[in-house]
Ligand binder design. Structure first.
Ligand code: SAH
Length: 452
């Protein structure tokens, strides 16, 4: 059977393929890897990584607790026990090996869910009522049903009959409510609507699982904060912080001592950062809902009124910029337009200009994206080095990714200083463990501001 590929608009696909080809020496190999990339993006990473709260307990202790809890959950679903281990080189990371794709039978009763919900299911989630679009009239609580993602948006909320169009089978589960409970009760019920018992991929369902001790985070995102390397007592700026995965990591690494400023544009997303910090007992962070580009840089000295900060105020800045997010996995469709795709790099440069003014000489700036385009990644680095002569590209620790891709203006030596996670290369990077390679697509560059 042909492997599914992420569905992109045709013009976006041609554009991406052309830039990939232009920057590669062996065109054919790249064409192969572009197809491979589209396939890999459609499937979930085969490992779930959890960052553990070492301010509460040791990694070993947390591993034992999570192992016990997950073993119980897996047992109740009739699955083999989970395989959990500590990451050999990252002290605060637990790795869980998932299983799939598995063979699953199609049941008579069919439930249709939206794409977003389907992506969560492929990474281990159960199905919340809000994600359900359609269910058969005779569906009762306790029924075993097959669950499909509606790939074409052809179903209307509450539909009973499949309307055709392409769908994707993500597994089977047990309905927790009847169809009438879901679509006819007011107010609409919340909570789990279908408990997945035979998913396409067996992966841990982490909602409500010891949120004080673990946070599910993709491996490259965890590495990103290790590369930033914040120290207790420092002043750190996290410019695009929500939902705060990296913010909680920064504050934890600082042992909750120092001053962290976390900014995000959206109010409700900033609430999410605050709630994540609270769960982990972290208090050294001040969160602001604000457009980070509106920070005004003022001379040191006088009184400060947010969003004012003195020039060169911060020791380290994390710039985890808004990006086209094409590295996110799994994704069966992404209908981003070409114009929108092309607009990101200009937007990202604005953050970079602001960050450079706020960084002290000797300070560290980490730029990261969860996408795969050269424009938002390697080409941004070339632009930074051309426009900010006092920024120097710096080696990263740890570095578990691959070097940057070839790009005009970037020497081989500079490529080596970058850290790229490209899941389409899973087979080719020999001496690296699979859990370090089978990740989302991600890019990290580290700069140091030179002292004049
Ligand atoms: N660092 C986060 C993920 C950030 S994703 C984590 O690790 O959890 C990029 C974020 O940038 C989004 O949450 C988006 O709301 C935010 N963003 C976009 N434009 C912004 C702006 N002008 N100012 C501040 N935040 C912005």
């Amino acid at each position: 059977m042909e492997k599914p590929q992420v569905e992109l608009r045709e013009d976006v696909k041609s554009y991406l393929e052309a830039t990939f080809l232009a920057e590669t020496e062996e065109g054919d190999k790249c064409r192969l890897s572009f197809r491979r990339l589209l396939e890999v993006l459609a499937s979930p990473p085969l490992y779930t990584t959890l960052r553990v709260n070492m301010l509460k307990l040791s990694s070993q202790e947390i591993k034992a607790i999570i192992n016990e809890e997950l073993t119980m959950i897996y047992k109740s679903k009739n699955w083999d026990p989970p395989q959990i281990f500590l990451h050999p080189s990252l002290e605060d990371v637990l790795v869980i090996e998932n299983r799939g794709p598995l063979q699953i039978k199609e049941m008579e009763k069919e439930v249709v869910i939206d794409h977003r919900c389907g992506m969560a299911v492929l990474r281990g989630a159960d199905i919340f009522v809000q994600g359900i679009i359609g269910a058969p009239a005779n569906m009762m609580s306790g029924d075993m049903v097959s669950v499909y993602i509606d790939l074409e948006g052809k179903y209307l909320k509450g539909d009973m009959q499949p309307l055709g169009g392409s769908r994707f089978h993500v597994g089977n589960g047990v309905a927790q409510l009847s169809r009438d409970d879901i679509f006819k009760t007011k107010p609409t019920p919340s909570g789990v609507g279908i408990l997945m018992s035979e998913p396409l991929y067996e992966a841990p369902c982490l909602s409500d699982l010891r949120p004080d001790l673990i946070l599910a985070q993709n491996l490259p995102s965890i590495i990103c904060t290790h590369v930033l390397d914040p120290q207790p007592g420092e002043r750190i700026l996290d410019m695009c912080a929500a939902p705060g995965g990296k913010t909680t990591h920064i504050a934890s690494k600082m042992k909750n001592k120092g001053e962290v400023i976390a900014i995000d544009r959206s109010d409700h997303k900033v609430d999410k950062i605050r709630s994540n910090l609270e769960k982990w007992g972290l208090t050294c962070v001040t969160c602001y809902a604000c457009d980070a580009l509106r920070i005004s840089v003022v001379p040191a000295g006088g009184n400060l009124n947010f969003p004012e900060f003195p020039a060169e105020y911060f020791d380290r800045i994390l710039l985890d910029v808004p990006c086209s997010a094409l590295g996110q996995r799994p994704s069966l469709k992404n209908h981003i337009t070409l114009n929108s795709l092309k607009s990101y790099s200009g937007y990202q440069r604005k953050f970079m200009r602001k960050a450079v003014q706020l960084l002290r000489p000797g300070g560290v700036l980490v730029y990261s994206t969860c996408t795969v385009t050269l424009e938002e990644n390697e080409k941004q680095v070339v632009w930074v080095l051309e426009n900010f002569p006092d920024l120097q590209l710096t080696a990263q620790v740890p570095n578990l990714g691959s070097p940057g891709r070839r790009c005009s203006g970037l020497s081989k030596n500079l490529q080596q200083l970058l850290q790229v996670f490209d899941p389409s290369c899973v087979e080719s990077r020999d001496n690296m463990a699979v859990y370090n390679k089978d990740t989302i697509g991600f890019f990290i560059a580290k700069f140091t501001k030179m002292k004049s």
